[in-house]
Design a protein around this ligand. Structure first.
Ligand SMILES: NC(=O)c1ccc[n+]([C@@H]2O[C@H](COP(=O)([O-])OP(=O)(O)OC[C@H]3O[C@@H](n4cnc5c(N)ncnc54)[C@H](OP(=O)(O)O)[C@@H]3O)[C@@H](O)[C@H]2O)c1
Length: 431
């Protein structure tokens, strides 16, 4: 039986999961691929670190060249993370005619084209299923089983940390700061959580999803983006009274010849399947013009679920090795005439803090009307407030653009009875 040699860059969470899956399911993987898959070298930053795996003494190295320049290594699996040196190692591996598998959303979303070109020039494969939604095989599904569709919409919960925080705030009425601390203590959030809670991680993943599904390259940091740091437990409670849950959504929606996309916390109806996706779970809701509505649900992170996607990519490469060279050309995005159109129109939830004086609701409603924005519902919460104390007023508005909404809010805020615009959140009808 042919032996396929793997060089692993990184033996942290995902590297360890990948190592374990290849050992645990070795017999099945050999039967599927006709190859014995062997991890022949593993790059780490500290060779003396204590590890959970029992490894052969000579397996680890701190020298990347031991893998990248070893002619015997067929596939390089990059699980270091970050842009550099991960990108440089992958580029060298591809130039040295090694197939590359990675879970690195930051590199694929920002420098993926350069790696794709290097892969094409060397006639090798670059695969990155694990870079979006961990164990959920979404990229493969979009580019193979669902490739016969034109996609109208992708809406996803694709960050487990923020979904865990919002779920805990919703289920237990807790504050953002308290839940974040708890999540950090339990290892669900990083010590520096900014990439997750500010929506950057989701923007990377959405950029990769858009390129795969719609063939449009949008730099991740151009995607309109807002994180969850301003979502309060009051917003969550008010949203629930209107029949919604608040989730951090990655949205890409076709509108005629344009593609609207954004990463934002949004109210979704409790009846929508995405509303019941809790804690660290991820889900993606897709509308295709042939398949209609589809939902993918599963673990979007973690050692073994992410390792599962990595091993799937390794198996795919192993199966194609003896095929015609055309099988080894990288996946090419579908041609598209779509134009990136930013956020697009939406319904909005607005949480004002106002002085408890007569006529406020009428005045605010009139100003919205003057700007062509109609109101779906309004709720004033004076319960528990003493006389003269400021009170929250919550509006759910019908569809408008930010070009309409922002001047309306500026005019409303100029009145002294408006103490604060506390939150502006999108409302997704998601019918
Ligand atoms: N964790 C998840 O659930 C998850 C889910 C989806 C995607 N991903 C992606 O998977 C990748 C790996 O994530 P992870 O959570 O497994 O990371 P991790 O636990 O931090 O592990 C990183 C590994 O890379 C090694 N390393 C770091 N910098 C290095 C350098 N400059 N040279 C050599 N080795 C270096 C570390 O060595 P030492 O062991 O010696 O410290 C460690 O083994 C990232 O791109 C991440 O975004 C992770």
């Amino acid at each position: 039986m042919k032996t396929l040699k793997i060089g692993l860059l990184g033996l942290g969470n995902v590297g360890t999961g990948t190592y374990e899956i290849l050992a645990m399911n070795a017999a099945k993987i050999s039967a599927l691929t006709g190859c014995e898959i062997v991890i022949s070298k593993v790059l780490v930053s500290n060779i003396n670190k204590k590890r959970s795996l029992n490894l052969p003494a000579d397996l680890l190295t701190e020298n990347a060249a031991d893998i990248l320049s070893d002619p015997e290594i067929d596939i390089v699996v990059e699980l270091i993370g970050g842009i550099h040196p991960a990108f440089d190692y992958m580029l060298t591996a591809l130039q040295n005619k090694k197939h590359v598998v990675t879970a690195n959303k930051a590199v694929i979303a920002t420098l993926g084209d350069e790696l794709m070109s290097a892969a094409a020039a060397s006639n090798v494969l670059l695969k990155y299923e694990a870079s979006v939604a961990g164990g959920i095989p979404i990229l493969n599904a979009l580019s193979t089983a669902l490739a016969g569709n034109e996609f109208d919409e992708i809406v996803g919960i694709i960050n487990g940390t923020t979904n865990y925080i919002l779920t805990q705030m919703t289920d237990f009425g807790l504050n953002y700061d308290d839940v974040l601390k708890d999540a950090q203590a339990k290892g669900f959030a990083e010590a520096d959580p900014s990439s997750d809670v500010e929506g950057e991680d989701v923007a990377y993943k959405l950029s990769i999803l858009i390129q795969t599904a719609f063939g449009l390259k949008i730099p991740p940091l151009s995607i309109p983006r807002e994180g969850i740091t301003k979502v309060s437990k009051d917003d969550i409670a008010y949203a629930s009274q209107f029949g919604y849950k608040i989730k951090l959504l990655a949205t890409a929606k076709k509108n005629g010849s344009t593609l609207e996309c954004h990463v934002q916390p949004a109210l979704i109806p409790v009846s929508h399947p995405l509303a019941s996706v809790s804690n660290e779970f991820n889900a993606l809701f897709i509308k295709g013009n042939a398949v209609d509505d589809l939902m993918f649900y599963g673990k979007g992170a973690g050692s073994m679920p992410t390792g599962s996607a990595i091993v799937g990519d390794i198996i795919d490469i192993a199966r194609k090795l003896d095929c015609l060279p055309c099988c080894l050309t990288p996946q090419i995005s579908a041609p598209t005439k779509l134009i990136f159109a930013g956020e697009g129109k939406s319904m909005y939830y607005i949480n004002f803090l106002v002085a408890d004086v007569p006529g406020v609701l009428g005045k605010v409603s009139t100003i919205f009307g003057d700007h062509g924005i109609s109101i779906e519902s309004v709720m004033q919460r004076s319960k528990g407030k003493s006389e003269g104390e400021d009170v929250p007023v919550i509006y759910i508005l019908h569809e408008s653009s930010r070009q309409q909404l922002d001047p309306a809010l500026a005019e409303i805020s100029s009145y002294p009875f408006i103490k604060e615009v506390r939150s502006i959140l999108r409302v997704e009808p998601l019918n």
